[in-house]
Design a protein around this ligand. Sequence first.
Ligand code: GAL
Length: 809
Amino acid sequence: MTATPEPRIRNSFNKDWKFFLGDEPNAKSQAYNDLKWRKLTLPHDWSIEEKFDEKNPAKPEGGGLPTGIGWYRKEFIAPANFKDRLITVEFDGVYKNSEVWVNGEYLGKRPYGYSSFSYEISKFLKSGKNIIAVKVDNSAQPDSRWYSGSGIYRNVWLTSTAKVSISQHGLFVESGFVSGDFGESTDGGTLKPGQKVGYIEPHVSFINKSSDKTKKYKIEFSIINREGKQVLKHLLEEDIIEDNTGKGVSSLLISQPEIWSVERPYLYTLVAKIIDSENKIIDEQSTTFGIRRFNFDAIKGFSLNGKPMKILGVCLHHDLGALGAAVNVRAIERQLEIMKKMGVNAIRTAHNPPAPEFLDLCDKMGFLVMDEAFDMWAKKKNKNDYHLNFPEWHKADLEDMVKRDRNHPSIILWSIGNEIREQFDSTGIAITKELVKIVKNLDNTRPVISALTETKAEKNFIYQAKALDIYGLNYNHKLYQDFPKNYPGVKFLATETTSALETRGFYDTADTIRRWPKDGKTKFTAGNKEWSASAYDNVSAYWGSTHEETWKEAKKYDHVSGLFVWTGFDYLGEPLPYPWPARSSYFGIVDLAGFPKDSYYMYQSEWTNKPVLHILPHWNWEKGKSVEVWAYYNNADEVELYLNGKSLGKKSKQGDDLHVLWNVNFEPGILKAVSRKNGKEVLVREVKTAGAPAKIELIADRKNIKADGKDLSFITVRILDATGNVVPNADNLVDFKVEGNGFIAGVDNGFQASLEPFKANYRKAFHGLCLTILQSTEKTGTIKLRATSNGLSPSSITINTAKQIKRKQ
Ligand code: GAL
């Protein structure tokens, strides 16, 4: 078989764009002069580059950064043979209301900022130079309930295919397996224990824009394993290909397949080819997929590949902290690494379709995903939000999400919406039915869910539609226990929980639990002095709970399939309940800079098997103050606490306790905790009273990164005393200088009420820490970072950048 030169070409279309912040209607025309515009590489979020201001129309709830209108233009050379090909420009996501022109010709509009969309542009192209112009309009505010970002904030691609080709997202693979372990059989007979047979059902849909529709083509499917070896090939007989049609195969079988799981996320690749009668490959398209099966049960909860397992999830918004909404694969990967280490096995993409790269990473790293479409339907949450577009666009947006995402083994749930207003009135019934149908028409292999808050079944019209597969409940952890009694036979998932408030490194009296705000009526004023909420896990919104309160309930009952804690990371916007200058959320288990708060270790002690011992708070207090010392631990029977060598007693968790505590009269020195199992030491942790700030320490998450202009090294900056202890209240201003083949992509310190810019070469430390993010250029070599601060010994670190970096699989 001979291949025509590259049947399908898909190239990044991110480079050499021009950008103008403001409205410039003439910029759509080819002749427009954009010489003075700024040159940049996508993905780009202009909001994150700007200054915080309470008066910005997106309000603090939207992150307190400017929004507005922006224009992008790019000159490009049309692919040589474009007249005989289909040339498509693909946008993974533009926030929002994008309009696109090629050579002054209007291609269309896409209101929803989280949808991926594309335009076929061949007929507008000319030989040589062409101009694409994109208007982005995020000016109508208030819009989002969280920070959205503004601009072409996801990747853009240019694809060239033959006129007969596989359509965009036209390759769909359903798969699963049967096993003797479950007493199952195939046509060949009963399977023995340990014996498995994987089945794969590939479907492919086509475009045929060629003038000759009578030509016949063969379709070849092949399956490649992780090691690159072809394990299966299947050929469909020669046939004509009609435009907008599809073909599929039911059940290609693989014996003893490798199974995708969160512990071992094994991916296969399906390749589909269109081959003409001269044996030339006309198009070739591939997708990774995983062989796995899962089940939700009303009594037993969730199981993956037949193994019972609780969904231990977090909700995540799409922003990447100091980098804003601009997609960066390494920044997403880092977030997921931090979550994985905590024991998280599932992510809910609150409340919108994520970047495609996010799902690729979840597939590879072993996360389950609840892929969510909307935060509102036809009824608004904010004046200018998506409710304005829902009537006209919901079908396309939902279809495009399912078509784009349905090959990801990580995805186990489609969510048609979060806390949708229509649950409260009868209009909810018809819309629910319609949306569920849209999803099921495209993918019948996953359950459809919606995150509900109306807890009375008879008053919840989304539930009344009787179209959802699983009851998704937000908050209300006290209702978990009786759910099976109140909803017999109904499958149950805690789609959103907790909403505890915490600021990393800030500890306020531990002994009482606070609800901030107290209720829906009382104005919130407590805690405004520090714009900080205690990290003792003793503050939550009134509709939520502390981390421990909800987890205790969720872990108790098998019928609770799992939970998605609000949220894994702090996110920009929704600083609730704090007023300005707070501008990012307090709900994260990890702060905006990626530094864990203490609750992280509570989850880690519960959600992982690796030994954990974590003590809080820091050990810098006024002499004589009574301080509550907490320890989270696992894999041990007891923890003994020592102050300056003197035992303060052993403690063990009792009943459903998730931590142990001691009341300690502060004296400076060393607080030491030792966990023991059967009298044998498991772990030792120490906190020391720190002296005055004396020096800076720089710690890179990775010292070798790719010289690809995208890769990142996250540098933690620690303020230490003379003997090397982190100074817990240090807020020194740190200046950064970078030399070599890289630049600072962003700085942060995790403080929710800091108004310092994210794009800067300085940052104040917050509770002893700050962060600087170094980004490579395309030149190999080194990036040297030097950090200085008045009165402190400076520090430097060197990061190597190379074309290829070896990483552990
Ligand atoms: C939920 C909502 C989330 C977030 C959270 C804050 O009700 O679904 O988007 O607003 O409250 O507690």
